[in-house]
Write a protein that binds this ligand. Structure first.
Ligand code: GLY
Length: 411
């Protein structure tokens, strides 16, 4: 019987831990640092931070952990997988060198150019004055990207030159490497792929809702809700994503001698010439994971172990329902948030930035929980998720009331 360690503490890690615990082979799932909401699902939380590699490795040895799954991007970019592998431990996630596909937007863009993977044109700048001049000469809208991890908040889509100038000024206050990218209009989707060398498993398609407010208004967030599958992402688009993005990405990693056992998350956009990559992430999406992993009908532990050993697992996903989830956040998110706000307890919810006890959870950060539902179609799933929310005493917690709208707009 197996023991699993999940590193991270958000809703994504809650969903990963639940999927691992559902395996008949897994007796115990630890989550470091986790959060007290996870304890409602018998996940054992461990008070070790995700960047404390020495303590995590020692814990994995002490508890004879069979598999460690790394949730968030920050420890991946800092080399947690290299540390676990050097200690002889079995771990799922990219090594630091490959994690640059997410941690450096410049590296990702140059990688896509080297391997003819479709993505928007861009220019790279190392000083504000040159960037401002190029911005004024460029067309609108334009996308300003900071080169580095920014928790989903390092990208600005500027509709005016003044907005672009403000974003560039803010970006150069904290970094010396900024990209200006052509804006690609189109339907955005998330395609996650579990990878083990040349073997891969496509997850169902999903769509995140990055803006804070209804009708995609307000500032960017880590994600306010998601649904899956996405009607606009047809089987033909998924096949094009495999042929033009996934397979060339795996071939590119191999050509560059970047050994890979982990997640490739394609942030994609559908254009008239086919899907393009907006960005790569090298971990599962949050909040998409919370509505993707419940669709898995196979043994998640076995699937991940097979990929680590570069074997092709047999994987089955449900195909008859739509899954939808709504994120609740503390007042102030994505800016400074109010701490100590009561967070309701709900069986089946995925918890994130909460503290307190499982019976009396309170906010400790931005996104605090996600309420999910599934039903025969998208409209019914939306209705079911919001019906659950209506039963909760959410107090001042904030959430969007239109998760799923773009999917419902499909004729
Ligand atoms: N849902 C967006 C992300 O995980 O980056």
């Amino acid at each position: 019987m197996a023991k699993v360690l999940v590193v991270g503490g958000g809703g994504r890690e809650h969903a990963i831990a639940k999927a691992m615990l559902a395996s008949p082979q897994v007796t115990t799932v630890y989550c470091a640092p986790g959060n007290p909401g996870m304890q409602l699902d018998l996940i054992q939380t461990v008070a070790i931070e995700a960047l404390d590699f020495v303590a995590l490795v020692a814990f994995a040895h002490e508890k004879a952990i069979d598999l460690t799954f790394i949730g968030p991007e920050v420890p991946l970019a800092a080399g947690i997988v290299d540390a676990f592998q050097a200690a002889g431990l079995t771990v799922f996630g990219p090594q630091q060198a490959a994690a640059r596909l997410e941690s450096s937007k410049v590296f990702a863009k140059q990688f896509m150019q080297r391997h003819q993977i479709p993505t928007a044109d861009y220019q790279l700048f190392h000083d504000l004055a040159t960037a401002l001049t190029a911005s004024r000469q460029g067309s609108l809208p334009q996308v300003i990207k900071v080169d580095g991890l920014a928790a989903g908040k390092g990208v600005t889509v500027a509709a005016t030159y003044d907005q672009a100038a403000a974003a560039l000024t803010q970006a150069f206050a904290t970094t010396d490497t900024v990209l200006i990218e052509a804006y690609v209009a189109g339907f955005e989707f998330s395609q996650m792929v579990l990878v083990g060398g040349e073997h891969y498993v496509m997850l169902p398609t999903a769509q995140d809702h990055k803006r804070l407010r209804d009708n995609d208004q307000g500032p960017n967030t880590g994600g306010m809700g998601a649904y899956s599958p996405v009607p606009q992402v047809t089987p033909a688009i998924t096949q094009a994503t495999i042929d033009q993005i996934v397979v060339p990405t795996l071939a590119g990693l191999k050509a560059e001698h970047l050994s890979f056992e982990g997640v490739i998350y394609v942030g994609g956009v559908i254009t008239p010439t086919g899907p393009q990559v907006i960005e790569y992430n090298l971990r599962l999406g949050d909040p998409e994971t919370q509505i993707l992993l419940p669709q898995l009908q196979s043994d998640f532990y076995q699937v991940i172990l097979a990929l680590i050993h570069h074997q092709q697992p047999a994987v089955h996903w449900q195909t008859t329902a739509t899954y939808l989830g709504v994120v609740l956040a503390a007042p102030g998110y994505p800016g400074p948030t109010k701490k100590g706000v009561a967070v309701p307890t709900l069986a089946g919810a995925d918890y994130a930035s909460v503290t307190g006890t499982p019976q009396q959870l309170v906010s400790a950060g931005g996104r605090v929980m996600m309420v999910t539902a599934h039903a025969a179609n998208l409209k019914a799933a939306q209705t079911a998720a919001y019906a659950q929310l209506d039963q909760l005493n959410v107090g001042p917690l904030i959430y969007r009331t239109d998760i799923g709208q773009q999917g419902l707009a499909e004729k």
